[in-house]
Design a protein around this ligand. Structure first.
Ligand code: PRX
Length: 635
């Protein structure tokens, strides 16, 4: 029996049990059957969570792009690899075949090489959702350069911080980007960022919007003429299994963003395996993940997962509301999409609009629906199930993280019976554990606790770029010998998992992971601000919105508070990006602190969520009066 494609619930349990009993044999079989290796591994797994050190398939040599592209050329050369749907519905869609994609990747790889990029160099990619974005990732991987994609909605400061953190040598960007009826001056943002980035030697610019932009002499070049002149073949760099493939930044609860490092062989094996099983992908299905490639969901399930399986992957440049709220469904009908994978925040936003936007399109091609990025609430789950899936397409509520590389807990459609709001069961090879506050594992069912993973899986991040100690303390010290996810979860009477949300200072707004500390730092940089604290509060579209409690330096001096609110939000927008703006800003005279000076966010969260009846234990507060005043002035 092949381990690769699970077809029944019994088979799932059988494979799961085997994967726990003999994890190395399990992953070895998957790796043997489905990939092209230049050299076989000597050792399947070496690990020690106390250091932490994790190595999969050591000794193996490969190039992931050979697995994504070359090996499909003979059997699927004319098949569409990327189906590009532009922002403007009147601009024709593009069907890029595996052969064309191979040639475009090779050309770009040759351009990068000619610009002096070598194995191990870091290349920052700051592009909108256009085919060149996928091509750029794969071109880096082809020559062994480490790609670091920065979401093109981040501000110039956020961009420069990320470029500097990993000393990128090159930036690949575009003149601008389209989003609905707006266009954004991406190159202008890059120019501003690069004033602070001494390591960047060259910038390659894709012409997307045809705007006139500044080109810095000796640094910036239009990419198209270089691509036109490049050879369409490029020998893949032979990579070691544990060579880094990419860095992707995620917010932490403190300080600067964490550059999660993913390596080559383990990531490839796990992403290919999960794509195939979690979506029950079969030829000639057409798979659409609506995420941006700037996030891990796009890396794993727009680019690598589908291409490793020879699938057709849709790349959508636009937004769900343009030209109207029917755009997603129009695209599903137009391209006979079989798999649709999106975020609860998008579902909630669309569910608020007229049902006619969904009902007027033929969605009968759909076979599997997916959800990712935050807990999906019951109402959104039912709307998705009833109106999009017509109760015929199972919903896979997939739980995972930037750090995990791929999906760890999810139903397998047509195999695992689904339950609204439950991510259900771990994938084969994944050993979750719920922990109590004393560090003990909570066994049995109908329990809740902090979600950890007990055993390594192939696509877990190996380190934080440049700061292995931070990797250790963030993920491996809260619960000895286990990877701590930062999430809380419960396990129901049959062993299904439901993720209840973050238990640390990360807040998920519209599916975006935001750390409180960087936002507070941005607010505190405003000259009028002394100190601030932000917390999340429930919001019916975004899931959570941000509530800021801001203490001013000199209350008497500030007359126009609305203007100050705007300035604070502008400051956040400039430092981080518009996604981190606050919905509410309350000016306070003091913040609730413990005697040791720590802000008690638990209390602020209750106030923001209007749960002031039961504030819990306030006995450790330095000055309980402060709390009463904040409650009185609540917005
Ligand atoms: O809190 C969990 C939530 O998103 C966090 C990870 O965010 P990020 O690294 O940006 O990756 C998002 C895409 C994989 C998790 O710690 N999360 C993700 N998926 C779910 C979820 N919460 C509940 N249910 C999910 N399906």
């Amino acid at each position: 029996m092949s381990n690769y494609h699970i077809k029944t619930f019994e088979e799932y349990f059988h494979i799961y049990r085997k994967s726990v009993r003999e994890p190395e044999n399990f992953w070895e079989e998957v790796a043997e059957e489905h990939f092209v290796w230049r050299k076989r591994w000597d050792n399947v797994l070496r690990w020690d969570f106390s250091k932490p050190e994790i190595a999969w398939f050591e000794g193996a040599q490969l190039n992931i792009t050979e697995n994504c592209l070359d090996r499909h050329l003979r059997t699927r050369g004319d098949k569409t690899a990327i189906l590009f749907e532009p922002n403007n519905p009147n601009e024709p869609a593009q069907h890029i075949t595996y052969t064309e994609l191979y040639e475009r990747v090779c050309k770009m790889a040759n351009v990068l090489k000619a610009k002096g990029i070598k194995k191990g160099d870091r290349v920052c990619i700051y592009l909108p959702m256009i085919p060149e974005l996928s091509v750029a990732l794969l071109a880096c991987a082809r020559i062994g350069a480490i790609h670091s994609v920065v979401f093109a909605g981040f501000s110039s400061t956020a961009l420069s911080t990320r470029i500097n953190d990993s000393s990128c040598k090159m930036v690949i960007t575009s003149d601008g980007s389209y989003r609905g009826n707006k266009s954004i001056d991406l190159k202008g943002i890059v120019d501003e960022a690069l004033e602070q980035c001494p390591t960047v030697e060259s910038v390659l610019v894709v012409n997307r919007v045809g705007s006139s932009i500044h080109m810095e002499q000796g640094r910036d070049e239009w990419i198209q003429p270089l691509l036109d002149a490049a050879q369409p073949h490029c020998e893949p760099e032979v990579m070691e299994a544990e060579d880094p493939l990419f860095i992707l930044y995620t917010s932490g609860s403190t300080g600067k963003p964490k550059g999660m490092v993913h390596t080559t062989a383990g990531y490839m094996v796990f992403i290919a395996y999960t794509f195939k099983n979690i979506f029950q992908y079969r030829e000639p299905d057409i798979f659409w993940c609506t995420a941006d490639i700037g996030w891990i969901t796009g890396h794993s399930y727009i680019v690598y997962g589908p291409l490793l399986n020879g699938a057709t992957s849709v790349l959508f440049e636009g937004v769900p509301s343009y030209p109207d709220f029917g755009r997603f469904w129009e695209i599903v009908e137009k391209h006979s999409i079989t798999h649709f994978y999106t975020a609860p925040t998008a579902i909630r936003a669309l569910a608020k609009e007229d049902l006619n936007y969904v009902e007027k399109y033929n969605l009968s091609s759909l076979k599997v629906l997916g959800s990712v990025g935050e807990p999906i609430n019951e109402e959104a789950w039912h709307w998705y199930n009833d109106h999009v899936g017509k109760k015929k397409s199972p919903i896979v509520d997939t739980w995972w993280q930037t750090e995990t590389g791929g999906i760890l807990i999810s139903p397998i459609p047509y195999v695992t019976p689904t339950k609204p709001t439950y991510a259900t069961l771990p994938l084969p090879g994944i050993q979750p554990a719920l922990m109590d506050e004393n560090g003990q594992e909570i066994k049995g069912n109908q329990v809740d606790g902090r979600l950890c993973v007990k055993f390594p899986w192939p696509s877990m991040a190996r380190t934080i770029w440049g700061d292995h100690e931070r990797y250790r303390t963030t993920y491996f010290t809260a619960f000895e010998g286990k990877y701590f996810t930062g999430d809380g979860a419960l396990r129901d009477e049959v062993g299904y998992y439901r993720i209840t949300g973050r238990v640390d200072d990360v807040i998920i707004v519209s599916g975006h992971n935001l750390g409180t500390a960087p936002i507070e730092d941005a607010i505190n940089e405003h000259p009028a601000v002394a100190e601030s604290a932000i917390v999340g509060f429930p919001h019916d579209v975004k899931g959570n919105a941000l509530y800021g409690f801001v203490m001013l330096k000199d209350v008497g001096e500030v007359r126009d508070r609305d203007n100050l609110r705007k300035e604070i939000n502008q400051q956040i927008s400039d430092r981080i990006g518009p996604i981190a703006k606050l919905d509410k800003i309350q000016f306070v005279e003091g913040l609730p602190k413990t005697r040791s000076g720590k802000i008690m966010r638990r209390i602020l969260r209750k106030i923001a969520g209007n749960e002031t009846e039961n504030l819990g234990d306030t006995s450790t507060l330095l000055d309980p009066e402060v709390v009463q005043q904040i409650i009185k002035d609540r917005l």
